[in-house]
Design a protein around this ligand. Structure first.
Ligand SMILES: NC(=O)N[C@H]1NC(=O)NC1=O
Ligand SMILES: [Zn+2]
Ligand SMILES: [Zn+2]
Length: 508
């Protein structure tokens, strides 16, 4: 390069580049005061109980431009760090924000059921900093590049936390590789399919052949397939066919209509297909994740057996949900369809076994399966368990529920962070989320484990239909004080930041 070029063009380029950086930074970014209830982009948060992968520390976390830039233990000098931009949370627990990999936000198309605004406000109020939205219950279902774009469009300026999206694996895209690739190229974090009817007309169920095809495509992208693992074994007992049975109000009738054998049979088939995900297999790189396990007997045994193969086995994981850990069939009153979900909530012994499996590491993580509907579909007047919408509304409460019902089992803060942040981050491919460590996004849930509260009409719930939740009327412990998403204080003391500055998360 000649001297003239070096001395004239280079400085011009530098100037141009820096003005571009300025342009990018200033123009599209909402001012921090709209996005955050804290007017700083560089600050420290401190507490006596910060949950890190190395244990619970008394210390401080430094945040700059939405990232964690340092984590220090005890000997910091409060208030003197960085000119006093210190938020001291005292004895409250600072945990990585919860990552809920299984939520149905229902927008576009069924915003009267939930929606990005109400759903993510509820998430923020509950310490959930990232949600991954399911491809069904919205309309249209997220099964193509185009329908994923509709999701992202619908989420614009409405989300208070970060939101990723699962795409749907359905019969009409399963054999259409370019359609599936289009969906994954467009940013779906992985795919989700059902092995039984989903309850949503434009989201039909898949069989093992569809699942196999899906796994081959997912392998190329190294992304997971999430599966609702129940198969209909005895159609005489299936929903709808018992319409004239007068015992439709009885929870026992519903429970019998979806026996554990449905989960067991599905998981057996699924694990057979999942063999392709082994090292050297045709779908190496793909991963199979079983959603909302309820049966803690034969189904769990199958999963444990497969996991015993370790790195030589299939790449699998499993989640369960707070409702299977909090409730038991024996306690569900006839006609109380708030408790209806699929697979169903089973008996007390099963609940105990689920807790033990979670604590022993056989169940990898927790998710809400927040699946609300309009109250009318819950058929409260009839109390008809067979025809009511199946789905539990719980998103805002999952942290206090896990803590409250986990106390009997001596659950620790670190375990909650593993089940609700670290492992879900890994499943969703989020390298910079899920733990309070240097370089990660500054996503935090700040909460007071010792504070108890009643979920009554005085408790502000942001779900679109608070009354359909089976947790209403319960006493819980563990109150969320504050929630940070990429450094923005998005919820604090019962209010949200003025603007919804969550980001859609698209896989690259
Ligand atoms: N469509 C839908 O959300 N279904 C969910 N509801 C439920 O209880 N189990 C599910 O899979
Ligand atoms: Zn499901
Ligand atoms: Zn679901």
């Amino acid at each position: 390069m000649g001297d003239v070029l070096r001395w004239r063009v280079l400085p011009m380029l530098v100037l141009l580049a820096s003005s571009l950086v300025l342009y990018v930074r200033i123009l599209p970014k909402k001012s921090i005061s709209e996005c955050s209830l804290l007017p700083y982009d560089h600050y420290w948060i401190t507490s006596k109980r910060i949950v890190t992968p190395q244990g619970v520390i008394n210390g401080a976390v430094e945040v700059r431009d939405g990232k964690i830039v340092s984590v220090v233990e005890s000997d910091y000098q409060k208030g003197s760090l960085l000119g006093g931009k210190v938020v001291d949370y005292g004895n409250a627990v600072i945990m990585p924000g919860l990552i809920d990999v299984h939520a149905h936000l229902d927008e576009p198309g069924r915003v009267e059921w939930e929606g990005f605004s109400s759903g993510t406000k509820a998430a923020a109020a509950g310490g959930v900093t990232t949600l991954v939205d399911m491809p069904l219950n919205s309309f249209p279902s997220t099964v193509s590049e185009e329908t994923l774009r509709m999701k992202v469009e619908a989420a614009q300026k409405k989300i208070y936390v970060d939101v990723g999206f699962w795409g749907g694996l359905v019969p009409h895209n399963a054999f259409n590789t370019s359609m599936l690739e289009g969906l994954l190229h467009a940013g779906a974090l992985g795919l989700k399919s059902f092995m039984c009817p989903s309850g949503i007309n434009d989201f039909p169920m898949t069989n093992s052949t569809h699942i196999k095809e899906g796994l081959y495509v997912l392998a190329k992208f190294k992304r997971p397939l999430l599966v609702h693992a129940e198969v209909v074994l005895d159609s005489k007992n299936s929903e709808g066919l018992l319409d004239d049975d007068p015992s439709y109000r009885s929870y026992a009738t519903y429970l019998k209509s979806r026996p554990p054998s449905w989960e067991e049979a599905a998981i057996k088939d699924l694990l057979a297909v999942a063999q392709d995900t082994k090292t050297g297999g045709q779908a190496e790189g793909a991963h199979v994740h079983i959603v909302h396990l309820s049966d803690a007997k034969a189904s769990l045994d199958l999963i444990e057996d497969e996991k015993r193969n370790g790195p030589n086995g299939a790449s699998i994981s499993v989640e369960t949900c707070p409702h299977y850990l909090a409730f038991a069939a024996e306690e569900i009153a006839d006609g109380d369809t708030r408790f209806k979900c699929a697979p169903p909530i089973r008996d007390v012994t099963n609940r105990q076994n689920l807790w033990e499996a979670l604590i022993d590491g056989h169940i990898d993580m927790l998710s809400s399966d927040h699946s609300p509907s309009i109250p009318e579909l819950k058929l409260f007047d009839e109390g008809d368990f067979l025809r009511a919408w199946g789905g539990i509304s719980s998103l805002q409460y999952v942290l206090p529920i896990t803590w409250t019902y986990g106390q009997k089992y001596g659950v620790s803060f670190s375990q909650i962070a593993t089940w609700w942040s670290e492992r879900p981050a890994k499943l969703a491919g989020q390298k910079y989320k899920g733990a309070i460590i240097l370089g990660n996004d500054a996503d935090f849930a700040v909460w007071e484990p010792e504070v108890e509260f009643e979920l009554d009409e005085n408790y502000k719930t942001y779900h679109k239909h608070p009354n359909i939740s089976p947790y209403i009327g319960r006493r819980l412990s563990g109150k969320v004080l504050a929630t940070f998403v990429r450094g923005n204080l998005v919820f604090s003391e019962r209010s949200h930041a003025p603007a919804a500055c969550g980001s859609p998360i698209l896989a690259k």
